[in-house]
Design a protein. Structure first.
Length: 319
């Protein structure tokens, strides 16, 4: 009888342990899923800070559990963010302003770089003025390459035809003479240059500190996970510091994630000024250009778009 009693006790204990183990596993797994931060990243060296932070373990260092998707253009990425598919986006400022103007509840919390765009041309076109009457490929309205082309067109009084296409298609179109020139982001600029194209003008030639890409979060994510957002900016700031102090190693890291030649990446990254700091005056200038050229109907409220408190905290702690 005693043996039967002990057997029953052990059986009950075993069942309880099993039930508890399943319950605990499900709770932990669920929490792990809930804590995943959904990133969206442009597939170029504008997102160099992200690739370096990922590779060097800076996100893990701050206890961040991230998942990410890559996009070929900031416009595609911004649309995904507007749908609510992602929590954090590293995207060009123009597309972020466009979706904000359409009501997307997002905040700009930091920059990742300035400049990084250029107009490149096929053989036989050596001066920007030679583009008059020519066909130029460009990303969609609101994109930095679209803005750059409009600024150049105004500054040099050019009349050009445009063909809308993403950078990876534009490279092939330029090299196969389907278009005469392309307005492109880095690293595509350096890539096509190495393949024989001519660089006619860079963004810094027309706007010395043209805002490049920024870090944007949904308002919901910011309100619920402010500490995590702060850690994200800290991780990216640490990555940018690494890029500045170790440019060759950083370029090799970025090249690995982009499956690109390290030499091309090293050259390309020289033309971007990596920084987390936001220049509000230049963001306002960007907004006004988008209104002028028709990408958005009216200026957005800059104060409600930009969240500076987290950036101030990170920059202050770095001193």
């Amino acid at each position: 009888m005693r043996h039967e009693y002990m057997y029953a006790v052990f059986l009950v204990i075993g069942i309880l342990i099993g039930i508890y183990s399943v319950y605990a596993y499900n709770i932990l797994f669920k929490n792990n899923e809930e804590n995943i931060i959904r990133f969206a990243v442009e597939l170029n060296d504008h997102s160099a800070a992200f690739w370096v932070a990922l590779d060097k373990g800076y996100f893990r260092e701050y206890g961040l559990n991230i998942d990410y998707k890559t996009f070929s253009t900031g416009l595609e990425l911004a649309i995904a963010m507007a749908r609510g598919d992602i929590d954090v986006a590293l995207a060009c400022i123009g597309p972020l302003i466009v979706i904000r103007s359409r009501g997307a509840p997002i905040k700009l919390i930091a920059m990742t770089h300035l400049n990084g765009y250029a107009i490149v041309a096929s053989e036989g076109i050596d001066d920007i003025r030679d583009l008059n009457g020519k066909i130029v490929s460009v990303s969609g309205p609101g994109s930095p390459t679209w803005l750059l082309l409009n600024l150049v067109r105004d500054n040099y009084n050019l009349n050009v035809q445009t063909r809308k296409m993403p950078p990876f298609i534009a490279v092939n179109a330029l090299l196969s003479n389907q278009v005469d020139a392309s307005s492109l982001p880095e690293h595509y600029v350096t890539l096509v240059y190495k393949m024989g194209a001519h660089i006619l003008i860079r963004s810094q030639d027309i706007w010395s500190n043209m805002p490049g890409s920024g870090v944007s979060v949904t308002e919901d994510f910011l309100n619920k996970h402010r500490d995590e957002v702060t850690y994200i900016v800290k991780a990216l700031a640490k990555a940018i510091e690494f890029i500045k102090n170790n440019p060759i190693e950083a370029s090799r890291i970025v090249a690995k994630y982009l499956a690109t030649d390290p030499g091309i990446m090293e050259e390309s990254m020289k033309y971007l000024n990596y920084t987390i700091k936001i220049n509000i005056t230049n963001i306002e200038k960007y907004v006004n250009y988008l209104v002028k050229y028709g990408a958005i109907e009216a200026p957005i409220d800059i104060q409600s778009f930009i969240e500076l408190d987290i950036l101030y905290e990170v920059v202050e702690n770095e001193k």
